[in-house]
Design a protein around this ligand. Structure first.
Ligand code: NAD
Length: 319
């Protein structure tokens, strides 16, 4: 099969890794990279054995597909330019800042018959992928994603920065429309929300509590899924998966007997490599990717509703 000619636009923290992963793929020709910060682009290009372009129209003209790894506020403008040129796009998450921007990207991708994948990386986390086999009917989900403060990513609030990962995972697991939601959040260190908790209730009765913070003292990323016959616990940080099965027996007190199994965390856990290989496969086969623009928009829609509710609460209480 012909090599896919790829470019990376935005090679800051994450874009550097996109460039490295593509550079190591046999069936990809990393034609070049572009970043507003030309010295950084040159440095990363040298390390990846590719070229730093002085502007992105020149790069766009020479590739079949791009990763867009610029700050979220520029996703729409850069994405529209790439799709207008007929390129397949791997857009980092969140897809855009507004739903109107996401709609324009999705419509243009459809019109141009381009692949539009959104970088909800955790879908490719081997821990999450390993759970698929055990999913039956989730009735209660608890997720916690708390990080120490990092000045990067603060162009958006913690819901778009971190919580959107869990919203996307939960939507992909529950597969039911959202019935109602409730949320609280506060701005502590930055001018936007730094810590937030949401309760999501789905039409099929499943409920989820989601906590995200970017001002924690340590990093914790954990997902717990309760089902009638089992509970599944993934600790991404500790790389631990626990499956607790309730297979019918009872304790002397009449509670379900539980048997816990720790599963090995699969592979080396290179979720980004798996995600980008999936994108390149979608480019080659023209199949819809696992996290399409439409799914990126669904997660964004819920995130924006949560943000609006947080702002309402903050305004009402002047916090
Ligand atoms: P960053 O600030 O480290 O890097 C952004 C880079 O883009 C910078 O080098 C900057 O010079 C460049 N840039 C800015 N505007 C540009 C433009 N218009 N054209 C070209 N280059 C431009 O940010 P980051 O942490 O790498 O985040 C980038 C994107 O990736 C964000 O959307 C963020 O939400 C997303 N992200 C996703 C994950 C994930 O887990 N999927 C993790 C981190 C970041």
């Amino acid at each position: 099969m012909k090599k896919v000619r790829v470019g990376v636009i935005g090679v800051g923290y994450l874009g550097n890794f996109h460039a490295q992963k593509y550079a190591a793929m046999d069936h990809v020709d990393l034609v070049g990279i572009f970043d507003n910060h030309i010295d950084r682009a040159r440095q990363i290009a040298a390390a990846c054995g590719t070229k730093a372009f002085a502007d992105y129209p020149e790069l766009i003209a020479q590739v079949d597909a791009v990763s867009i790894v610029t700050p979220t506020t520029s996703h729409h403008a850069v994405g529209m330019a790439c799709l207008a040129a007929g390129l397949d796009v791997m857009m980092e998450k969140p897809i855009t800042v507004t739903l109107a921007e996401a709609d324009e990207l999705i419509a243009l991708a459809a019109q141009k018959r381009c692949i539009l994948q959104v970088g909800h990386l955790e879908r490719f986390n081997p821990g999450i992928m390993a759970l698929e086999h055990y999913l039956d009917q989730p009735i209660y989900i608890e997720s916690q994603r708390v990080h120490q403060f990092n000045p990067r990513g603060n162009d958006v609030d913690v819901v778009l920065d971190l919580m959107i990962h869990d919203i996307d995972i939960i939507l992909s697991i529950v597969k039911s429309p959202l019935e109602s939601m409730r949320t609280l959040g506060s701005s502590v260190v930055t001018s936007s929300t730094d810590v937030a908790t949401a309760q999501l209730i789905f039409e099929n009765g499943c409920a989820a509590t989601v906590t995200a913070s970017r001002i924690a003292q340590s990093n914790i990323r954990q997902l717990v899924i309760h089902q009638k016959k089992s509970s599944l616990i993934v600790d991404y940080g500790q790389k631990d998966i626990t499956v607790i099965e309730r297979s019918g027996g009872q304790t002397a007190e009449g509670y379900p007997l539980e048997e816990a199994t720790h599963l090995p965390f699969p592979g080396q856990g290179d979720a980004l490599k798996t995600e980008l290989l999936h994108f390149i496969a979608a480019v080659q086969t023209r199949q819809q990717p696992k996290v399409s623009g439409v799914e990126g928009r669904q997660a964004l829609a819920i995130a924006l509703q949560l943000i609006a509710e947080i702002k309402e609460h903050q305004a009402a209480h002047q916090v």
